[in-house]
Design a protein around this ligand. Sequence first.
Ligand code: SME
Length: 161
Amino acid sequence: MRWSRLDRWSKHPDEVLREASSLIGGGGTRDEKLLSICRLLKDCVPYYDWVGFYLVLPQSQNELQLGPYIGAPTEHVKIPFGKGICGQAAQTKELFLVQDVMEETNYLSCGEDVRSEIVVPIIHNGVLVGELDIDSHRSAPFGPVDEKVLARICEAVAGII
Ligand code: SME
């Protein structure tokens, strides 16, 4: 993967992907693995201030449920499809990148410090099973490397959710 120092990651993204893959294939419960991935990403990328998973539980198919995360506690424990950036990404099943949350009217605030957000759907056999959600306190920090690496991590975790 093309990568430059400008991306400001503390490890090469390929190394992050290797570590994520070994966490997924390693020991522990599903939630322990997801939490370790949150920690890995938060530790490697200085502009990731909140990193967490939302899951679609079998009993509530039109709602996202907060899963493992690292960062400030959030009141948004359950998010209906369509609501906020997470809920919109759940409806479209497409990556949703918001470089300035002030510009987004359908947004659920997780704190005054948050400036930008990226949400990547996790799809298993064509079905949405969860999302990876990242908030940043910086404006417009996300680039193609973030999109690519996060999308690959979501492909890799899809099988364990
Ligand atoms: N901001 C999200 C809510 C979840 S928090 O970022 C943890 C949204 O608008 O869906």
